[in-house]
Design a protein around this ligand. Structure first.
Ligand code: ADP
Ligand code: ZN
Length: 430
């Protein structure tokens, strides 16, 4: 099933031709209206005419998160303020937030991409979407909401948290699809279990759109088996509209990235140079259709690779692999590089482990992993817990090449965050 078959199945040649045309007009647009890009292009002696092929994108400057913060609030706006119909911002955890502007066309464009994503996963009229992302300045909920309405789903703007109410809504309105973070999905599974609600027997859930945080295939499987749904990976970032940038189709082998809207490059995060075709690196995205706030070569910090083979679903937009982490998430412990996701993968493959964990770095270089156990494993038998702890330490050590200290906790002892979960606490004295 397609939302917009013509665009979704353009031949590669047509797609690339369109990309080139849009790249040139985007460069022209920002060079005319955004002093930040005017200056960067002038420094390089560049104009739209310098872009003769898609490869020439490498001559354009990168845009970083720091650039977005430095130009806050209006620095990257490319249209008259009166033409902006929506503002979103993205987390201001480290200083100034980033402001994202949408024109009427941009709001419609973002909704259209969500519509493609939803139809691609086999939902449509008659489906009920419970949207458990945060409504408000964050793009996660609203962008999904508009797209789902466009397709004709009934949308329940539930927002995050309040699991009691989530549960009632699911029961009373027969929710078929929900949208949330991996951490909340796992928490909800546990919550339903405690209340004696069996999702397969008592609820109508079919599918879940899970994103906004990196997670592993092990976590996907855990959510699928606990909630009786098919989980689709959903990738997006506020700087590129929010959700709907890349999404899994029914084949669930990587996420189609909508290449008529975004031009993708994979670069070496250290040098910014392109990596060989198909290899892993930092994803860099350029908007091709955005009006109010186009962005050239945005350094997402997200690590992934492009799948080169065509997808059996017939869509020609290339797929990216599951994000393995953010370039700045990498931890160095006793000289060894590791990503929080490696730890997650190991933990979630163990049935004894519950839905939550934390990674603490303390003292000089000590790695402490706090793990919530699943209900059944926390039976209070000391000997059982000692064995379990030993097993987790061994599994982590084998994978990470660093021996952690593992603390086992009863289910429900770690805090549940609304929105994105905080997993890593680095309190080392370095
Ligand atoms: P912030 O940058 O403040 O976290 P965003 O909401 O824009 O705010 O977050 C976007 C980021 O979330 C992405 O750059 C990526 O790191 C992460 N993310 C979103 N969806 C996924 C996903 N499906 N898998 C892995 N990471 C994801
Ligand atoms: Zn596909």
């Amino acid at each position: 099933m397609f939302w917009d078959k013509e665009w979704e199945t353009l031949s590669r040649a047509e797609l690339e031709q369109w990309q080139l045309r849009r790249l040139r007009s985007t460069v022209q647009h920002v060079a005319r209206h955004v002093p930040f890009y005017q200056q960067k292009c002038a420094e390089r002696g560049l104009g739209a005419r310098a872009i003769l092929s898609l490869k020439d994108i490498r001559r354009l400057p990168f845009t970083t998160r720091e650039d977005l913060r430095a130009t806050y609030p209006f620095g990257l706006l490319a249209v008259d303020r009166a033409d902006v119909i929506r503002l979103h911002t993205s987390s201001g955890t480290t200083g100034k937030p980033k402001a994202m502007f949408f024109s009427k066309k941009d709001v419609a464009g973002a909704a259209d991409l969500i519509a493609r994503c939803l139809v691609m996963t086999g939902v449509g009229r008659g489906d009920v979407l419970q949207n458990m992302m945060t409504y408000g300045l964050f793009t996660g909920a609203l962008v999904m909401h508009y797209g789902a309405e466009k397709v004709g789903l009934m949308v329940i703007p539930a927002g995050p948290g309040n699991s009691e109410r989530q549960c009632l809504l699911m029961q009373d309105f027969r929710t078929t699809v929900f949208h949330t973070t991996p951490s909340y999905a796992l928490y909800l599974a546990q919550f339903l279990k405690e209340r004696g609600i069996d999702p397969r027997r008592d609820l109508s859930l079919r599918k879940a759109y899970i994103g906004a945080e990196p997670y592993s295939d092990e976590t996907r499987r855990k959510i699928e088996s606990a909630l009786g749904v098919k989980v689709y990976n959903s990738y997006g970032l506020s700087e590129m509209n929010g959700p709907g940038v890349a999404f899994e189709c029914e084949h669930q082998q990587g996420m189609h990235l909508w290449e008529d809207h975004f031009l993708i490059e994979i670069v070496d995060p250290a040098t910014g140079n392109p990596v060989p075709d198909g290899e892993e690196g930092e994803m860099v995205l350029t908007t091709l259709r955005r009006e109010a706030m186009p962005i050239l070569r945005y350094r997402t910090r997200d690590i992934t690779s492009v799948i080169r083979t065509p997808c059996p679903c017939g869509r020609t937009h290339r797929r990216i692999r599951r994000i393995t982490g953010r370039a700045d998430d990498m931890l160095i412990v006793r000289g060894v590089n590791l990503y929080p996701q490696q730890i997650e993968r190991v933990l979630m493959s163990l049935p004894a482990v519950g839905h939550s964990y934390q990674i603490h770095l303390e003292g000089l270089d000590e790695l402490i992993v706090k793990v919530e156990l699943a209900d059944a494993s926390f039976d209070g038998r000391v000997e059982h817990l000692v064995n379990l702890q030993r097993e987790i330490v061994e599994r982590l050590r084998a994978d990470l090449l660093v021996k952690p200290r593992v603390e086992l906790l009863p289910p429900g002892s770690l805090p549940v965050s609304e929105g994105k979960a905080k997993r890593v606490f680095d309190k080392r004295i370095l």
